[in-house]
Ligand binder design. Structure first.
Ligand code: PMP
Length: 416
C-alpha cells in the first residue's frame, strides 16, 4: 500500500488530482510512473500537458547532469547566458523559420498564468483599450488577470476586472451560438456604447472545459474579425501547444497567425517551469521595467527546451507522433460507441470522453477502474464529467495502444 498519511496530516486538503489518484509516486521514465508500492502506471495525465515529452527523457536528463556537473549557471535573472542564447537560436531555427514567423520572445514568470497576464497587459498597452473578449468555459490561469478571463464563474469569485466580455465558444456544453456574428454586432454597435476590445483570447482546443477543438474555419473567422477591427488575437497554447494536437501549436492547421501566443507547460520540455509570450511584429511596446519578475526564464529549462524543440526537426519523432495521433483517433472513435458514453472528442494527442452532465459519478467510477487497470487519467469539464486522455506525445505506439485498450475496457466495465 502507498502511505499517504503524511500528506493527509501536513498538507492542505485542496488537491483534486490527489484525491482522485491516491497514490505516492517515486520514479518515472517515458510514459511510465512507478508508485511506492512498486506498481508501474501509464501516465496519461502527463502533468496536465507539462510532460508532453514524457518523464526523464534520456537526452534531456543527460544534458542536465552534464550542465550541472560543469557548474553551469542555474539562475541569472535577466542576464544574457549561453543557454538562453541557444534556446533563442533554437526557437528561431526549429519553430519560427520553418513557419515563416516573425515573433519576439517575452520571458515571463514561470507559470502559464504569468504569460497570460503579460499578454493581456501588452494587448491593452498596444491598443490603448481595456476590454478583452474571452469564451465560456475558457481556462487561462489563477492569477487575477488570467482568472478574470477564465470562463467559469465559480472559479472566478468576486473582485476581479469586469472588463471582459464572455462569448460562447464554437462548440461546448453551453450550446451552439454564432459567436462571430455576435462579435460583428458588437463592433458595429454605434448606439449603446459598446467599446471595441483590446484583444480576443482563445484556446485552439478548450481543454479544461472538456476538450472542445475549434474548427479551422472558426479560428479563421475569428482572425478575420480581429484583423478587420484592429483587435489583437491572443492564442493561449499553454495546454494545447507543444505538440499536444499533433502540430506544435493547435491553431497551426488553420493557417491563422496570432498576434500574441502564450506558451508554458511543455515548452521547458522536462516538466521544468518556464513561460513565454510570443509577440507579433510591431507589438513589442514594452518599456524597460514594464513587465518584470525574478524567475523569468529558467536556465535548466533553456537547456531541455532546446532538445525538445529539436525533436520538431527529427523525422523519427514526427513519424511516431503521426502514428500516435492516428492510434488515438481510432481508439477514441471506438470509445464513442461504448453504450453510456455520451460523446468522445479527439484532436491529435488530446481526447475527452464525455459521460454526460449528470453522470459525474460514472466518470469518477470509470477513472478509478482505469487506475486499477494501471493508467492515470484526469477529469475535466464543468463538473468533472469528462475523462481527459493526455499521454506523452512520444509514447511508443505499442505502449500507447495497450494503454488505450486498457482504458476502453475499464470504461466499458464501469458502464456495463
Ligand atoms: N491557460 C491554459 C489553456 C491552461 O490550460 C493553463 C493550465 N491548465 C493555464 C493557462 C495556466 O497555466 P499555469 O497553471 O501554469 O499557471
Amino acid at each position: 500500500m502507498n502511505n499517504i498519511e503524511t500528506f493527509e496530516r501536513l498538507e492542505s486538503n485542496v488537491r483534486m488530482y490527489c484525491r482522485d489518484l491516491p497514490l505516492v509516486f517515486d520514479t518515472a521514465q517515458g510514459s511510465k510512473i512507478r508508485g511506492e508500492d512498486g506498481r508501474e502506471y501509464l501516465d496519461f495525465f502527463a502533468g496536465a500537458g507539462a510532460l508532453n515529452y514524457g518523464h526523464n527523457d534520456p537526452r534531456m536528463r543527460d544534458a542536465l547532469i552534464a550542465y550541472l556537473s560543469a557548474n553551469g549557471v542555474t539562475h541569472a535573472l535577466d542576464l544574457h547566458t549561453t543557454t538562453k542564447r541557444q534556446f533563442l537560436e533554437s526557437l528561431e531555427r526549429d519553430l519560427f523559420k520553418p513557419r515563416g514567423w516573425d515573433y519576439k520572445v517575452q520571458f515571463t514568470g514561470p507559470t502559464g498564468a504569468d504569460a497570460v497576464e503579460a499578454a493581456l497587459k501588452l494587448a491593452r498597452k498596444a491598443t490603448g483599450r481595456s476590454k478583452i473578449v474571452s469564451f465560456y468555459g475558457a481556462y487561462h490561469g489563477m492569477t487575477a488577470g488570467a482568472l478574470a478571463v477564465t470562463g467559469n464563474r465559480t472559479r472566478r469569485g468576486p473582485g476581479l476586472s469586469t472588463d471582459v466580455v464572455f462569448v460562447p465558444y464554437e462548440d461546448s456544453p453551453y450550446g451552439a451560438f454564432d459567436s462571430i456574428g455576435f462579435l460583428e454586432r458588437l463592433a458595429n454597435d454605434q448606439g449603446s456604447g459598446s467599446e471595441l476590445p483590446a484583444a480576443v483570447i482563445v484556446e485552439s482546443v478548450q481543454i479544461q472545459a472538456g476538450v472542445y477543438p475549434a474548427s479551422n474555419q472558426w479560428l479563421q473567422a475569428l482572425r478575420q474579425w480581429t484583423r478587420a477591427h484592429g483587435v489583437l488575437l491572443i492564442c493561449d497554447e499553454i495546454q494545447a501547444g507543444c505538440g499536444r494536437t499533433g502540430d506544435f501549436f493547435g491553431f497551426e492547421r488553420s493557417g491563422v497567425v496570432p498576434d500574441l501566443i502564450t506558451c508554458a507547460k511543455s515548452i521547458g520540455g522536462y516538466g521544468l517551469p518556464m513561460a513565454i509570450v510570443l509577440i507579433g511584429a510591431g507589438l513589442d511596446v514594452w518599456e524597460p521595467g514594464d513587465h518584470i519578475g525574478t524567475f523569468r526564464g529558467n536556465q535548466l529549462a533553456f537547456l531541455t527546451a532546446q532538445i525538445a524543440l529539436g525533436y520538431w526537426r527529427d523525422e523519427q519523432f514526427l513519424k511516431l507522433l503521426a502514428a500516435n495521433c492516428a492510434a488515438m483517433e481510432r481508439a477514441v472513435a471506438g470509445y464513442a460507441e461504448i453504450p453510456g458514453v455520451a460523446s468522445a472528442r479527439c484532436r491529435g494527442m488530446i481526447a475527452g470522453i464525455d459521460f454526460g452532465r449528470s453522470n459525474v459519478a460514472l466518470a469518477k467510477d470509470a477513472q478509478q477502474r482505469v487506475l486499477q487497470a494501471g493508467v492515470l487519467v484526469d477529469r475535466c469539464g464543468p463538473n468533472g464529467e469528462i475523462i481527459k486522455l493526455m499521454p506523452p506525445v512520444n509514447t511508443p505506439t505499442e505502449q500507447l495502444e495497450q494503454g488505450l485498450k486498457a482504458f476502453g475496457e475499464a470504461v466499458a466495465a464501469a458502464l456495463g
